[in-house]
Design a binder for this molecule. Structure first.
Ligand code: ZN
Ligand code: ZN
Length: 176
């Protein structure tokens, strides 16, 4: 089951390349860059000025039936689900699709000062997290584990950047 990194209104090529390199080190499957034409304008909420994540996933699910593997969407746009102010990402548990928004992973969103290294680190964590859900992992209580839930950026920064031994064990077939 290969992994298809799929940019969607996402324009940071360097970040994308770095993510491919990082995933290739961690996962034993092939990592592909996938080009997908999809219009998500309908999923923009004018009141919230954000995109409805679950609707984007539903649309992409329809368009990627032919892909055998995990489809991880990466987007610059800010995402929401109705119950929450924002989300960093969303994934189907034991499924094929997930999405990560880097909008609130940019340090300049908080402090006004950009930090590419921190952006990469945060993106790796959230991408590993959502993919973990695709592979059937639920939230983990271990703060060293990337499967710990993060409701704010400080929680993204505190948690570890890899799977804890227990989580890694249950998905060991996909890891090197
Ligand atoms: Zn989660
Ligand atoms: Zn864990």
């Amino acid at each position: 089951m290969d992994i298809y990194l799929t940019p969607l209104k996402f324009y940071n090529q360097l970040l994308l390349q770095n993510l491919v390199a990082e995933f290739s080190k961690r996962f034993s499957c092939k990592i592909h860059l996938n080009d997908l034409k999809v219009n998500i304008d309908d999923f923009f909420s004018i009141e919230r000025k954000q995109y409805y994540s679950t609707q984007i996933l539903a649309e992409v699910i329809n368009l990627t039936d032919n892909i055998e593997g995990k489809v991880l969407l990466l987007t610059d746009v800010d995402l929401f689900v109705p119950a929450l102010t924002f989300i960093f990402g969303e994934a189907q548990l034991n499924g094929k699709h997930s999405i990560v928004s880097v909008c609130r992973l940019h340090e300049e969103f908080y402090s006004g000062i950009s930090n590419d290294k921190l952006l990469l680190e945060r993106t790796i964590k959230e991408a590993l997290h959502e993919l973990g859900h695709n592979y059937g992992l639920r939230h983990c209580l271990d703060w060293d584990c990337v499967m710990h839930s993060s409701n704010g950026i400080e929680e993204v920064d505190i948690k570890g950047n890899g799977y804890c031994p227990a989580c890694a064990k249950s998905i060991e077939g996909y890891l090197w």
